[in-house]
Design a protein around this ligand. Structure first.
Ligand code: BGC
Length: 342
């Protein structure tokens, strides 16, 4: 583990970059700002390190970041209809910051805070106390995300939380992957397999309606690996709404740690397998990733894929889905593993 000053925010707070390197030389760099994955450098088929995650070189860019590049999302990943939910008979209102709905924790989500840090030789734990009613969410929430990077090139994210009152919680990470290398252009030529037979319908604002759809016979069928771009242009109302893929897939496996996705690039030979304890994954093909300068090149729509492991969006109070309620004193615990091979 090494650490280095990354920059200073516009209000004068210092941001630090932490690097976890394994004995092969592969490494990940993490920021205490937003608990952000700033770089993932793993070997390609020739052993050359390739940075497979989109990001920036300066804190200013992260502060202006409207796309959550690499950040942890909280308290609630994805949308909540009209920013309103009921819990224990009480209605809570959270920010409406995405059309008519709430998105990714509100105006100042977990991605915009500097987290406390605890480091060991091979792990970094970021933590913060999210106070009662922060962004409208009840309960003082103690939350931590621990990153480890193993000798096998597995990036492990371990999420823990506890609240002093009943609340709702849906944490995820919003890393944008491009296995041909960040800044190298589109990921529509990447092969993607999703171990999901069902996904959730979105409305015109990409809000999950709660309706579960079968992938069979649709462009959403990734059960056999196919190019992300193969069907993305098909005449399908769900693809039109999102401008591509922006949907929650329901993971088929009921195991504790479930394999959910395999993404690979022909250009580098890098393959990433995603494992998670979560029941779903938001598959987002960077549809509204507006043109911008990134670390080594410009980024445009579809230049990355997000695989945001999570509970189902807009599912507060929907009894048919896995509960997103965190009861007072209960331990919240979720694990996601991104495994890079070549
Ligand atoms: C959402 C998209 C949204 C994006 C913002 C994704 O998780 O599903 O609808 O535009 O985040 O960067």
């Amino acid at each position: 583990m090494t650490k280095k000053k990354f920059g200073v925010t516009h209000v004068g707070d210092e941001v630090t970059a932490y690097t976890l390197k394994n004995s092969s030389g592969a490494y990940v760099t993490l920021l205490d700002y937003g608990c952000t994955i700033q770089a993932i450098c793993v070997p390609d088929r020739d052993g050359k390190l390739v940075d497979v995650c989109l990001g920036y070189h300066t804190i200013e860019e992260y502060e202006q970041n409207d796309s959550y590049l690499g950040a942890v999302i909280g308290r609630f990943g994805n949308r909540i209809e009209k920013g309103r939910f009921e819990l224990n008979g009480k209605t809570y209102e959270v920010a409406v910051n995405n059309g008519p709905n709430h998105l990714h924790g509100g105006m100042k989500g977990f991605d915009k805070y500097i987290w406390d840090v605890l480091t060991t030789d091979d792990s970094i734990q970021f933590s913060r106390l999210s106070p009662d009613m922060e962004e409208g969410y009840p309960g003082n929430l103690a939350v931590s995300v621990t990153y480890r990077f193993t000798e096998e090139n597995e990036l492990v994210l371990d999420y823990q939380a506890k609240s002093d009152a009943d609340t709702v919680l849906n944490l995820t990470n919003h890393c944008y992957f491009n296995l041909s290398g960040e800044g190298s252009g589109t990921v529509l030529d990447h092969d993607l397999q999703l171990l999901s037979s069902h996904y959730m319908e979105g409305d015109a604002d990409c809000l999950a309606t709660g309706k579960v759809l079968d992938v069979a016979g649709t462009p959403f069928d990734f059960r056999e690996a196919k190019k992300i771009g193969r069907d993305i242009g098909m005449d399908d109302v769900q693809l039109k709404y999102g401008g591509g893929y922006d949907h929650n897939f329901i993971i088929d496996s009921k195991a504790y740690l479930k394999k959910t996705a395999v993404l690979s690039s022909n250009a580098t030979g890098i393959r990433m397998t995603v494992w998670t304890t979560q029941p779903g994954v938001q598959v987002y093909s960077g549809n509204v990733l507006t043109h911008r300068q990134g670390k080594t090149g410009v980024y445009d729509p579809h230049d990355a894929l997000c695989l945001e492991t999570q509970h189902f969006p807009n599912s507060v109070g929907k009894k048919e889905f896995p509960s997103v309620i965190l009861k007072k004193g209960e331990e919240y615990s979720q694990l996601t593993v991104y495994h890079f091979e070549r």
